[in-house]
Design a protein around this ligand. Sequence first.
Ligand code: MG
Length: 429
Amino acid sequence: MGLAALPQGQPMHATAIIAAGGRGRRLGAAVPKQLLDLGGRPMLQWSVDAFLACERIGDVIVVGPPEWVDAPPPFLRRPGIRLVAGGDRRQDSVANGFDAVSGTSDIVLVHDAARPFVDADTIERAIVAAAESGAAVVAVQARDTVKWSPADGSVGEVGADAGAPRVVERTMPRESVFLAQTPQAFRRAVLAEAVALGRAGGEGTDEAALAEQAGHRVRIVPGSARNMKVTTAEDLAMAEALVHGIDRRPVGDRGPHTIRVGSGYDLHRLVDGRPLILGGVTIPFERGLAGHSDADALCHAVTDAVLGAASQGDIGQHFPDSDERWRGASSIDLLRRAAAIVAALGYRVANVDATIIAERPTLGPFRAAMASGLAAALGLAPSAVSVKAKTNEGVDAAGRGEAIAVHAVALLEQPSAGLGPRAADPQKT
Ligand code: MG
């Protein structure tokens, strides 16, 4: 209490403890919550990157599952990161992390791995506030009216069998209500007292609570709604929606979001005695397209567009007719393989648009089925694929009904530009 600010100009060394020991049971995922993919990076990596990017942070201590100490996930094998085994409760984990803080750190921050969107400004404000006041908690003022209701009765069910409803006992003045987030920042000696209190039997849902119990005044630093905590499946869906609007790369590295466009074209002759297959859909007609495999010109043009967008050559190069493996192959399957080739390079297909030029048959009734077949092969929503059909006014081979031609474009995007291929898979980063 009453701690003087550090003298002007004196460098402050700060260490961040990121609590990542939770199993995230409420999300029901097979992967621990902190490793769930968020826009191409494991959730934990977002906050690790945010702290590592801060000049004042010398050291990031990740408190995780004990098995990580000997075998950390690859994205945590980087200079500046140390791994410490967590304890039973969150406060035990933070205490373990605190034991690993270097003696030269003036300020120690505690952050929750379930808050991936912490930003550099918030971290900096928390550090300065802790340096000036001893302890600081990032928090947002309640915007909704706050109702107090004792913890009995049931919430949600309505109707005769719902049991005793939960009722409001009083309305609280929201100007006085703040919702605590992380990071929480402390002078080293203040956090040492909070940790000691916890080890002596004190309990707190956060470190600020323990510091309060130890008699320290905890200063409020404005947080933001964006610094949300990902706890439930609904939170995860909101976090995923936010990811696309947040660019966490250093300012100097921010180019345009990486997008690439590719075009594809194919033409096959119409002959007797063959089925007509377009986009994997067999279309009733007295003739079909000639060629090896199923001669699905729509799939071939889209495959070339996808490969071309990633500068990966064309369909003939990857799946040559001369190779027995591809003889008689379904073209929808080749398209699926092409999507996997570009996915391995870190791209995903954003959308596809194709135009079929055919004098006959009338393709309108099959457009939706062709689009959804292509979308399924590409792992896209049907709305991301468009298939159009036109005639060629009786002009040229397609117009005379001797052939069917297809033009296609595909757009690829690289959601984690600059992180390199396969960044989405923590085992392979
Ligand atoms: Mg072809």
